[in-house]
Design a protein around this ligand. Structure first.
Ligand SMILES: [Zn+2]
Length: 179
């Protein structure tokens, strides 16, 4: 239907398998609906030999789609938390990002969802999530502003209430001073 609407002939050779391919691509792009993000965090590692400093995972790349245009959102997520007694394997954090990214998204919502999920499962002293991303609905159409990225953040617990903790996180991810 989309091919016809765009002015194409869906029967021509190059397009014959396109609907099947698109369905397969959508299955991949939106596979996040099939997983429970909290599952990835439930296998936590509690033995940390007294480690009680901030843990930061920087620059987790993600691809998502905006729920307004179904256009790609491409960017990076930075996650930090101050563990109370549980830490989680770093690949689990990357998986957590993927589960939320592979759904239709609004960047602000995705940022809060990642932070809230970490907060409720790991129950750390604090959590910080910063997302920087380019929205193709803005860079390739509409106002056409390539190179513009949007930055959103969600700081919970001590990341919100203790200025030193917030500073430590922001400088660890290199956002201090807004650069
Ligand atoms: Zn959009």
């Amino acid at each position: 239907m989309l091919l016809q609407w765009a002015g194409e002939e869906p029967e021509r050779e190059g397009l014959r398998d396109t609907p099947t391919r698109v369905v397969r691509a959508y299955r991949d792009w939106f596979s996040g609906y099939l997983s429970d993000p909290a599952d990835y965090l439930r296998r936590t590692f509690e033995e940390v030999e007294g480690y009680d400093e901030m843990i930061v995972l920087r620059g987790i790349e993600f691809e998502s789609h905006c729920e307004h245009h179904m256009a790609p959102i491409i960017g990076r997520v930075h996650i930090g938390y101050l563990p109370r007694d549980r830490v989680v394997g770093i690949s689990k954090l990357a998986r957590l990002v993927d589960v939320y990214a592979k759904r239709l998204q609004v960047q602000e919502k995705m940022t809060a969802e990642i932070a809230n999920c970490l907060n409720s499962v790991l129950k750390p002293y604090g959590v910080g999530v910063v997302v920087e991303a380019a929205h193709e609905c803005m860079t390739t159409r509409g106002v056409h502003k390539p190179g513009v990225t949007m930055v959103t953040s969600c700081l919970l617990g001590s990341f919100r209430t203790v200025p030193e903790t917030r500073e430590e996180f922001l400088s660890a991810i290199n956002l201090k001073g807004g650069s």
